[in-house]
Design a protein around this ligand. Structure first.
Ligand code: ATP
Length: 319
């Protein structure tokens, strides 16, 4: 293999740049030419492809977002779109592709693999919802952003003796809510993976109130439902002063944490190693701090699961 490509796709996540840097530098270290494909699968179809040099990825390791930009591309979900993408890769002589992104992006890489084109997936999403890896690139940074927000809101919650509902990202996966709720000392954490009863939340709030608690923090993953609606219900049922804060897109950006930079560097370089060894059709991850790779054709069939023991612990600690 002489030429490889790299693209980022789907939602951006902090650490994607560190992963791009690792792919480029590791590739060049081993004598490869590395090409950047801009704007995800959309740029792949239209041929927005440029050779990257060592200096092209200088001064990006600490930056959030992605220097290759990212996009959602409906056309790539069609066979015609996928074939156009492969034609562009062939035109540039690119023999293997590293795809950095979330589950949807992995689907794209899976399709390329099914067409016989060598691809390696690198898990880049803040949601931590990709099977086959303990952590995804960007999760740790997003988590720390959320915790900073919770700590600040807690000051106000205490000063005003209020109940706060904080809605965080996570449509299908509750990892951000669970980890930030546990780290932020939330009284209640609502995640898509676990059913909840509003009466149970009310009971817990009232018990806390009776023993003199000055504030309560409730973390809601967006996949559970609207934080605003849950907040309204709590107010109606308790008459406690309740406020809602929807954190939104601040959770996506920002300088990646040291953990995400190291993870991205390791995973990006490992993806190149696999391509150099002629192993396409894989996706990389980290499990028990070891680099691992799995069959990309099979990995998406495995469900992502949250750590139920952490959920149980969060309930025990907020009794
Ligand atoms: P995040 O989880 O952060 O949102 P993601 O990678 O899951 O990231 P998606 O928007 O789901 O984000 O997917 C990104 C892109 O991957 C899509 O816009 C599309 O181009 C491609 N893609 C998604 N599903 C498929 C599919 N079934 N076949 C081919 N390509 C796909």
């Amino acid at each position: 293999m002489k030429k490889i490509g790299v693209l980022t796709s789907g939602g951006d996540s902090p650490g994607m740049n560190a992963a791009i840097r690792a792919v480029v530098r590791k590739g060049i270290f081993h004598g490869l030419e590395v090409y950047g494909i801009y704007n995800g699968y959309s740029g792949l179809i239209s041929g927005k492809i440029q050779k990257l040099e060592l200096g092209s990825v200088g001064d990006i390791i600490h930056r959030g977002g992605t220097m290759l930009y990212t996009a959602r591309c409906e056309e790539f979900k069609t066979i015609e779109g996928q074939k156009k993408g492969i034609e562009q890769l062939k035109k540039f002589g690119i023999e293997g592709l590293v795809v950095i992104g979330g589950n949807g992006s992995y689907m794209g890489a899976k399709k390329l693999t099914e067409h016989g084109y060598p691809c390696v997936g690198v898990p880049g999403t803040i949601d931590n919802d990709i099977p086959g890896t303990d952590y995804t690139i960007g999760f740790d940074t997003a988590l720390n952003t959320v915790i900073q927000a919770i700590d600040k809101i807690r000051d106000t919650a205490t000063s005003h003796e209020r109940t706060y509902v904080i809605e965080v990202m996570g449509r299908d996966a509750g990892d951000i809510a669970l980890w930030s709720g546990l780290a932020g000392g939330a009284e209640t954490i609502l995640i898509p993976e676990a059913d909840f009863k509003i009466e149970e939340i009310i009971d817990r709030l009232k018990r806390g109130h009776e023993r003199g608690k000055k504030h309560s923090i409730i973390i809601v993953a967006e996949g559970v439902g609207s934080g605003v609606e849950i907040g309204q219900k709590i107010k109606e049922m308790t008459n406690f002063e309740t406020r809602v804060s929807v954190l939104g897109h601040i959770q996506r950006g920002g300088s990646p944490t040291a953990f995400d930079r190291v993870l991205a560097s390791r995973l990006g370089a490992y993806a190149v190693e696999l391509l150099l060894n002629g192993k396409g059709g894989r996706c990389v991850g980290i499990q028990n701090n070891q680099l691992v790779d799995h069959d990309i054709l099979e990995i998406l069939d495995q469900p992502h699961t949250v750590d139920k023991s952490m959920y149980k612990l969060s309930k025990e600690l907020s009794i």
